[in-house]
Write a protein that binds this ligand. Structure first.
Ligand SMILES: [Zn+2]
Length: 491
């Protein structure tokens, strides 16, 4: 996942679902007509969705505690016994061996084959939903300043420079906001801007690249606060697909904090030391890929189902944490949960085109809006769960072009309580720069939650490798998500 975040402590809020229209009651003696449409297509009531929950898990849990009973059901304890971090980690290693898994690449196709093979081994009922989205090919990125070559990473979807590159003076433009350009002449020059915090406030480069273009600059270098560069995006960071790209952009690359110091030293000296040649060649072809869905049938497939999702694409290879980690846990959960009887169907979804503004999930939810989506009780998103500090649930997500995206309180409370019963802790947070996949489900009325550890220092860099993954974190997420899924699937 890809957003700057602010950690906030959770405050209990009341349920946010609006009550649906009341069903008219038949008069006494009047027979209710049998509805002919199949059960699986009937829209859910709020009660079925769980906005008004039939059972209060907190009360049930407290009464179990009072009676001195086990806090976990036998099936939840079974999930904890069966889920193995080592197995999830092995999936991560395998997925990373395919190289770049960006949507539509050869690595994506390899990963599809791998996930499908694992689903098939488990006897899941497999279906595919094709998607068509913009891909991205980084053909060539080179940066030379003062005669010295620096490691630079092109932002996704950045425009190219001319083939020979642009050669120009580099000008320091602070944080890259409009007021930083006061008194600066950047016409025909390359601007250098800085990310000054540990977050990702320059991840969505769109408005910054547009400001530079408006001022007449010909390129942009962004200095990352880490000792390595990372892959940003030239998108504007909006929810709506049509607001994805601004009209005017300059070609943009990222360099490390260490390279940034070197380059700024050159700017101080001036002359040739402050001149750069920036070469960026990218392609943005329309590509095809698919959402792979594995279904573990429940005893009563007519009931609203529970869905777990992880995106298999990466920002930059190998993408062990983002997001082979969620994919590895998804596959291990598919093994564990499909081996335990459950009432409702369980869906395991391997998604793609999350990188960017989750155009993949937008397309998938749109395509499945009449069959799968109206018949979901809950959705759990597993994204970036193997590296970093506190394990969190996202409470609210912010995108500039839409209302705050609230994650249903009842589902977060349920996950917290199950975590507590297992001896784990979950924090809460705000996703300040948008919401990954589940935003599209929430917009379609599906109660959804997102497990996320956002503070990964290797995020979107070539150092996001399997050796950085903390297997104990995979275990905690697997246990909690698995115990919640089996509880929801039986409720
Ligand atoms: Zn991700």
């Amino acid at each position: 996942m890809y957003y700057r975040t602010v950690l906030v402590y959770h405050t209990l809020t009341l349920g946010r679902c609006q009550p649906g229209p009341a069903t008219p009651r038949p008069a006494i003696g009047q027979h209710r007509e049998k509805v002919a449409e199949p059960r699986a297509r009937r829209p859910l009531s709020d009660l079925q969705r769980g906005c008004r929950r039939p059972n209060n898990p907190t009360r049930a849990r407290l009464s179990r505690a009072k009676k001195g009973e086990d806090m976990l059901t036998a099936k939840q304890a079974r999930v904890r016994d069966l889920f193995k971090a080592q197995r999830a980690h092995t999936h991560i290693v395998r997925l990373c061996e395919f190289g770049d898994r960006f949507v539509g690449t050869a690595g994506d196709r390899g990963a599809i084959g791998y996930v499908e093979g694992e689903f098939a081994k488990l006897g899941l009922d497999i279906s595919r939903t094709p998607i068509k989205v913009p891909g991205f090919v980084d053909v060539e990125t080179r940066l030379v300043v003062g005669g010295k070559a620096f490691e630079a990473v092109a932002a996704y979807y950045t425009p190219s420079t001319r083939a020979a590159g642009v050669t120009a003076e580099v000008v320091y433009a602070g944080t890259g906001e409009a007021q930083e350009y006061d008194g600066l002449d950047v016409r025909g020059k390359i601007v250098l801007i800085q990310e000054r915090g540990l977050g990702y406030a320059r991840f969505w480069l769109g408005t910054f690249a547009a400001e530079a273009a408006r001022r007449g600059a010909v390129g942009m270098i962004v200095v990352h606060p880490m000792p390595w560069p990372y892959r940003m995006s030239i998108e504007a960071g909006n929810s709506k697909i049509e607001n994805r790209f601004l009209a005017e952009q300059v070609p943009a690359v990222c360099v490390s904090a260490v390279a940034g110091q070197d380059i700024m030293w050159g700017l101080g000296r001036g002359g040739d030391a402050a001149r750069a040649t920036l070469t960026v060649r990218t392609e943005i072809p329309e590509v095809e890929s698919l959402f792979l869905v594995g279904r573990s049938p429940g005893a009563d497939p007519g009931l609203p189902a529970v869905l777990l999702e992880a995106h298999r694409d990466n920002g930059i290879a190998p993408g062990a944490n983002d997001n082979a980690s969620g994919s590895g846990v998804l596959l291990e959960l598919a093994r564990v949960l499909s081996g335990i009887e459950h009432q409702r169907d369980l869906y395991f979804v391997s998604s793609t085109a999350e990188e960017g503004v989750t155009q993949g999930a937008w397309s998938f939810v749109g395509q499945r809006k009449d069959d799968l989506i109206p018949n979901l009780k809950a959705m759990l998103n597993l994204d970036m769960i193997g590296v970093g500090g506190r394990l969190n649930l996202v409470e609210v997500g912010l995108w500039p072009d839409c209302d705050p995206i609230q994650h249903p309180e009842w589902l977060n409370v349920l996950l917290e309580e199950i975590a507590a019963d297992m001896g784990y802790h979950l924090g809460r947070m705000t996703a300040e720069w948008g919401v990954a996949e589940e935003a599209r489900y929430i917009a379609a009325g599906v109660p959804s939650a997102w497990f996320w550890k956002p503070d990964d220092p290797y995020y979107h860099s070539v150092y996001d490798t399997p050796d950085k993954i903390d297997g104990n974190s995979l275990k905690a997420v697997g246990d909690i998500a698995g115990a919640a899924a089996i509880f929801l699937a039986d409720e």
